[in-house]
Design a protein around this ligand. Structure first.
Ligand code: ZN
Ligand code: ZN
Ligand code: ZN
Ligand code: ZN
Length: 217
């Protein structure tokens, strides 16, 4: 799934984006930071995608002294949070869980360039992510510990009953045929012999947690 680079505003494919950002950060970064302080800080460039829904991805610039809990909160805000479920990073077979205190580790203390690791939100209806440190670099200090460098365009998912884009999902019927609806086809749900009410449907959103648990964006 294609996405847009937030630095130069050009579109690239998912597979080409990491390489593009490396060179784009090099070429164009000074323009971005001109207005901000000239002091240099260490940053991590992190590529994140859904393990089972890899059309959904993010490329982030994360300050080296940000904590795992900062990354956890950021991922919850942009992609995941529904009912305050538990979450966990797994890095080199070590687990850092949101219920313990070990998410207070700083990024720079547990990750290095080329590190690959994973993240799980919610151990019931889980959403799993693959993370990859593309690059570690020095640059002028930016506002905010975590900034989005690029993000996928919303994948178009079709209504199960016609050619329109789907807007709603029945959390019960989504695994069987016919659980995705456009607004014109909502009345077809009655035929599914399902206890769910239309008010309980979830919206189609740009997240690997689309249609899961109570996630509504
Ligand atoms: Zn760019
Ligand atoms: Zn939930
Ligand atoms: Zn249903
Ligand atoms: Zn439809």
């Amino acid at each position: 799934m294609k996405g847009k680079c937030k630095i130069c505003a050009n579109e690239y494919t998912q597979s080409g984006m990491s390489r593009h950002l490396k060179s784009c950060l090099n070429k164009n970064y000074e323009k971005i930071i001109e207005k901000e302080q000239s002091q240099k800080s260490l940053y991590y460039h992190i590529y994140i995608k859904g393990t089972y829904r890899s059309d959904y991805w993010l490329q982030l610039q994360v300050k080296a002294d940000a904590k795992l809990s900062d990354l956890d909160s950021f991922l919850r805000d942009i992609w995941l949070e529904c009912c305050n479920h538990l979450s966990e990073f797994e890095i080199n077979e070590q687990r850092f869980t949101s219920s313990g205190f070990n998410m207070s580790n700083k990024i720079k203390d547990v990750l290095r360039e080329k590190s690959k690791f994973s993240y799980t939100y919610d151990f019931g209806s889980y959403t799993k992510l693959d993370l990859n440190i593309v690059n570690v670099f020095k640059a002028g200090e930016r506002e905010g510990k975590i900034n989005v460098l690029a993000r996928n365009k919303q994948p178009e998912i079709k209504c199960s009953h016609c050619d329109n884009p789907a807007e709603f999902i029945c959390p019960q019927c989504k695994y069987t045929a016919g659980g995705w609806y456009c607004s014109d086809c909502l009345d077809k749900h009655e035929k599914n012999d399902c206890m769910m009410n239309e008010f309980e449907f979830l919206p189609v959103v740009n997240s690997p947690r689309v249609g899961v648990c109570a996630y509504s964006g």
